[in-house]
Design a protein around this ligand. Structure first.
Ligand code: PRP
Ligand code: URA
Length: 221
C-alpha cells in the first residue's frame, strides 16, 4: 500500500502482488471477457480490503462453546452503503457484498457522453429519507479518468448528507487528471486504486489503461 502523498494525501494505491498480477490480465487486450470478469473480482478484493480498513468497530459479547468472549463487530448504528456506478462498477459490488454482507446496496447509473465527456445520470436509487450523517459509503467504479463521473456520484451522495471523509471512491485504475479533478473538488474523499497511470489520451481514455472497462467486462466491444 502506498500513500501517494505527492499527488494527494487521500489517495491510497494498493500494491499487493496478486492485485498487480491480475491488473496485468485486465490490461492485456487478448484477455477474454470471462477472464476479465474473474480478474476484476480478484483485484477488487484487495482494493476493497484497503478501503474498508477503517470501518468503525464496537465492543460486543458472544458465548463461545467455552465461555463469554469480548469481540469487536461493525457498529450497528453506522449504516454502510455500497454504491456501484453502472455499468462497470457492478462486478466490484459482488465482491463488496461478500465482504460486508450487512451493507445496503444502492445503484447509481452514469455514462460519459462521448462528445462532451460530461457524465449523464440515468439512474439513482439512493433514498432521500434516511439519515446519512454517520453513513460510510463506498462508491465503486473501476475507471477514474477525467473524474467527471466520480464527481457526479459524490455530488449526489454529498447532497444527501454523506460527509466527505466518510466517502471512499474505489477504483482499479486512475489517471492523474481524474485524481486532481476529484481532489480539487472533494479533498477529504478517500480514493483507493490499484494503479495511477500516465495520462489521458485525446479521447479521455486512460493511457496505458485497459480500454473501455464496461465493454470489456460485459463483452459489448
Ligand atoms: C466509464 C467508467 C467510468 C467513467 C470514467 O463509464 O466506468 O464510470 O467512464 O470516466 P470519467 O472519469 O472521465 O467520467 P462509461 O461512461 O463508459 O459507462 P459504462 O460503465 O456504462 O460503460
Ligand atoms: N472509461 C473507461 O472505461 N476507460 C477509460 O480509459 C476511460 C473511461
Amino acid at each position: 500500500m502506498t500513500m501517494l502523498s505527492k499527488i494527494h494525501p487521500s489517495v491510497t494505491v494498493c500494491e499487493h502482488p496478486l492485485l498487480q498480477h491480475n491488473l496485468a490480465i485486465l490490461r492485456d487486450s487478448n484477455t477474454t471477457h470471462e477472464r476479465f470478469r474473474s480478474a476484476v473480482r480478484r483485484v477488487s478484493l484487495f482494493i476493497l480490503q484497503e478501503a474498508t480498513r477503517n470501518l468503525p468497530l464496537t465492543k460486543a459479547y458472544v458465548e463461545t462453546p467455552i465461555t463469554k468472549a469480548e469481540t469487536r463487530i461493525l457498529s450497528p448504528d453506522i449504516p454502510i452503503l455500497i454504491t456501484p456506478i453502472l455499468r462497470a462498477g457492478l462486478m466490484m459490488s459482488d465482491v463488496a457484498m461478500d465482504l460486508v454482507p450487512s451493507a445496503s446496496v444502492y445503484h447509481v447509473g452514469l455514462y460519459r457522453d462521448e462528445e462532451t465527456l460530461r457524465p449523464i445520470t440515468y439512474y439513482n436509487k439512493l433514498p432521500s429519507n434516511i439519515d446519512y450523517s454517520h453513513a460510510r459509503i463506498f462508491l465503486l467504479d473501476p475507471m477514474l479518468a477525467t473524474g467527471g463521473s466520480g464527481i457526479a456520484a459524490i455530488d449526489i451522495v454529498s447532497k444527501l448528507g454523506v460527509r466527505q471523509e466518510n466517502i471512499a471512491f474505489v477504483s482499479i485504475i486512475a489517471a492523474p487528471e481524474g485524481i486532481k479533478n476529484l481532489t480539487d473538488n472533494y479533498p477529504a474523499v478517500h480514493i483507493y486504486t490499484g494503479a495511477v497511470d500516465e495520462r489521458l489520451n485525446d479521447k479521455a481514455y486512460i493511457v496505458p489503461g485497459l480500454g473501455d472497462a464496461g465493454d470489456r467486462m460485459f463483452g459489448t466491444v
